[in-house]
Design a protein around this ligand. Structure first.
Ligand SMILES: Nc1nc2c(c(=O)[nH]1)N=C([C@H](O)[C@H](O)COP(=O)(O)OP(=O)(O)OP(=O)(O)O)CN2
Ligand SMILES: [Zn+2]
Length: 134
C-alpha cells in the first residue's frame, strides 16, 4: 500500500450541447424518407480526460470549454449538414469525427465525443487516448 493511492486516477469532465439540423442520407433500407431533406434534434457531449491542475483544481474551466463548444455548435445548428464541408455523409459517426476535428486543436485533453438522437434512441460514441492525458 502506498500513499499515492490516487496517482492513477483519471478524471472525466463533460459538457453537453444540442443542435437542430437537416440532412439527407443515402442508405440501403428506408431509402425514400432518408433521401428527402429531413431534420433531427441532436444531443452531443464532449469529454476531457486527465488530472486536474493542483492550483486551479480543474482539468479546464468549464467556461472555456463552453466557448470552444459554441464555435462548433455554430457550424452545425440550423445548418443543412450535407453542405457543411468535411461532414458528408452526415451520419452520427461522421458528426463525432467532425466535432473531434474541430475541437481537438484547442482541447488537448479531449478524449471522447458522443452524438445522439434521443427521439429515435440512436447514439454514437467516439473515444481515443488524448494527446496529453495529464
Ligand atoms: N450507422 C448509422 N445508421 C444510420 C444513421 C447514422 O447516422 N448512422 N442515420 C440514419 C438517418 O439519419 C435516419 O434519418 C434515421 O433513420 P431512421 O431511424 O430510420 O428514421 P428516423 O429516426 O428519422 O425516424 P422517423 O420516425 O422516420 O423520423 C439512418 N441510419
Ligand atoms: Zn436522418
Amino acid at each position: 500500500m502506498t500513499t499515492s493511492a490516487s496517482s492513477d486516477a483519471i478524471y472525466e469532465l463533460s459538457q453537453r450541447f444540442f443542435f437542430e439540423a437537416a440532412h439527407t442520407l443515402e442508405r440501403e433500407i428506408e431509402t425514400a424518407g432518408s433521401r428527402r431533406i429531413h431534420g433531427h434534434t441532436y444531443e452531443a457531449e464532449v469529454t476531457l480526460s486527465g488530472v486536474p491542475d493542483p492550483a486551479s483544481g480543474m482539468l479546464m474551466d468549464l467556461a472555456f470549454l463552453r466557448q470552444e463548444i459554441a464555435r462548433v455548435r455554430d457550424m452545425l445548428d440550423h445548418h443543412f449538414l450535407d453542405e457543411v464541408p468535411g461532414l458528408r455523409p452526415a451520419t452520427l459517426e461522421n458528426l463525432c469525427g467532425f466535432i473531434r476535428r474541430q475541437l481537438e486543436p484547442g482541447l488537448p485533453l479531449l478524449s471522447a465525443v458522443t452524438v445522439e438522437r434521443r427521439a429515435s434512441g440512436d447514439k454514437c460514441v467516439l473515444r481515443w487516448r488524448p494527446a496529453r492525458a495529464g
